[in-house]
Design a protein around this ligand. Structure first.
Ligand SMILES: [Zn+2]
Length: 201
């Protein structure tokens, strides 16, 4: 994989922050989970939304201006990976103002919440706290129609909520190009499993 650093200027206060970006390639070891998160060995989650460490504002990295003049890298703070709660806070602050952004933030919150289940196969591996449940209930509503990826997100959210009949109905609308994934979701639904699982590795 390729690794490179960029410095972004916060759109609110213009203070720069360092972001390490990764360009994965085919030789990287990757696991795709049933929630759609593709985990690549040694690569942190992608940073679509970040929090400015100077003014605390959230901003989308694709809306921030890269700083072109070279800066001594130790003078620029490294951007932190937001956790599940940061994404909820961003939603509360209105960062998910259009449907596409809201969907992105809710999927990111879900993935970061599910991270704890990727490391521990022994426990119940689906959201149980109220905020996380409300988040995936909203995901079900946001993913009512769309491409196969959006529909599979809906299937998985319904499955993790234990709404197996609705998950089956949504799964029936997935086209045959995604048969491998569909078969896997179908067997988990048939077994009434709510657990996060590996989809492909
Ligand atoms: Zn700022």
């Amino acid at each position: 994989m390729e690794r490179f650093e960029i410095v972004l200027a916060c759109p609110s206060c213009h203070v720069g922050a360092r972001l390490t970006a990764f360009e994965p390639d085919d030789t990287d070891q990757a696991i795709t989970w049933t929630d759609g998160y593709r985990e690549i060995a040694g690569v942190p989650p992608p940073l679509q939304l970040v929090r400015c460490c100077a003014c605390n504002a959230f901003y989308w990295t694709d809306m921030a201006t890269p700083v072109l003049e070279p800066l001594a890298s130790d003078s620029v703070a490294e951007i932190e990976t937001p956790d599940e709660n940061s994404y909820y806070e961003a939603i509360d602050r209105g960062l998910g103002s259009d449907q596409e952004r809201e969907l992105a933030l809710r999927v990111l919150a879900w993935w970061r919440g599910n991270d704890r289940f990727r490391k521990d196969a022994a426990r119940d591996r689906y959201p149980t706290d109220r905020r996380a449940i409300r988040n995936i209930e909203r995901l079900v509503d946001l993913c009512g129609d769309g491409n196969h990826e959006i529909l599979l997100t809906r299937v998985e959210a319904l499955r993790q909520l234990g709404r197996f009949d609705e998950a089956s109905e949504t799964l029936a609308g997935i086209c045959s190009d995604y048969e491998l994934a569909a078969v896997r979701y179908g067997s988990l639904i048939a077994a009434h499993s709510r657990h996060l699982e590996i989809l492909f590795d």
